[in-house]
Design a protein around this ligand. Structure first.
Ligand code: NAD
Length: 248
């Protein structure tokens, strides 16, 4: 893979899968915008990448704000001249039972996990259309495929919504040379699972044929591959990365 001269925005890039994507993109030559609500975390990634001679910029964004998302894209373009790659990775998990989910909680998870994907993609379009080149990669989830096991249904709904958005964007944007794909990871060993009780974690592991959670690098590797020119004939794909737990 060679991303020299390409500029990539990774939302939620300060940690977990997003950080893994930032590191891999930078390692292969991209200018990387680490966009996260956690500015200190994003700045730490920026520093680590720059120490390795890579080109990086930390940007603070709350992806649930359309204004923030538009400003993030403008900052990326002002800093590096354009935007070629967008990884819509920022997301939150919840585990609230059906009976206890409030309207506020529902709206919050939809805004962070789903609305953000639409508006960030909308915001990068002018740059990608102009060049007739662009890669958008969305983080869905196994929960969007099978309804989920340990998570709340707001999470399952948003991750299933991302699959619809990915296919809808892919069909409409192919004529501009823009590839839009998603990955649907199974349980992956990042901080996002820390909210789950131990018995849920044991239950999840027992259902994974490969017998373990995924590693951040195993997810980031597939995500970044889908943003590469090696994957140029893939669009509208939802790639399962789940240790054999579900075959789409
Ligand atoms: N870890 C898993 O098991 C798993 C499985 C399937 C899908 N995913 C998806 O992969 C993505 C990354 O997951 P992860 O496990 O690396 O998460 P994580 O919790 O380790 O990291 C998420 C990052 O997103 C940032 N973020 C959260 N809300 C934000 C907001 N409103 N605006 C900007 N940044 C925000 C956080 O600050 C953090 O840096 C998520 O979309 C998640 O749903 C994760």
């Amino acid at each position: 893979m060679n991303f020299s001269g390409r500029t990539a925005i990774v939302t939620g890039g300060a940690k977990g899968i997003g950080r893994g994507c930032c590191e891999l993109l930078a390692q292969h030559g991209a200018n990387v915008v680490i966009a996260d609500m956690n500015l200190a975390g994003a700045q730490e990634v920026e520093k680590a990448l720059k120490e390795k001679g890579c080109s990086a910029k930390a940007v603070q964004v709350n992806v649930k704000s359309v204004g923030d998302v538009r400003a993030m894209v403008e900052t990326a373009a002002d800093t590096f001249g354009t935007v070629d790659i967008l990884i819509n990775n920022a997301g939150i998990l919840h585990t609230t039972p059906i009976e206890d989910i409030t309207e506020e909680e529902w709206d919050n998870i939809v805004a962070i996990n789903l609305k953000s994907v639409f508006f960030a993609t909308q915001a990068v379009l002018p740059y990608m259309k102009e060049k007739r080149y662009g890669k958008v990669l969305n983080l869905s989830s196994l929960a969007g495929r099978n309804g989920g096991i340990a998570n709340g249904l707001g999470y399952s709904a948003t991750k299933a919504g991302i699959i619809g958005l990915t296919r809808g964007f892919a069909a409409r944007l192919a004529k501009y040379g823009i590839n839009v794909n998603a990955i649907a990871p199974g349980s992956t060993d990042t901080g996002i699972l820390d909210t789950l009780p131990q018995e849920k974690i044991d239950e999840l592991v027992s259902k994974i044929p490969l017998g373990r959670f995924g590693k951040t690098k195993e997810i980031a590797g597939v995500a970044v591959f889908l943003c590469s020119d090696e994957a140029s004939f893939m669009t509208g794909a939802i790639v399962d990365v789940n240790g054999g737990m579900y075959f789409g």
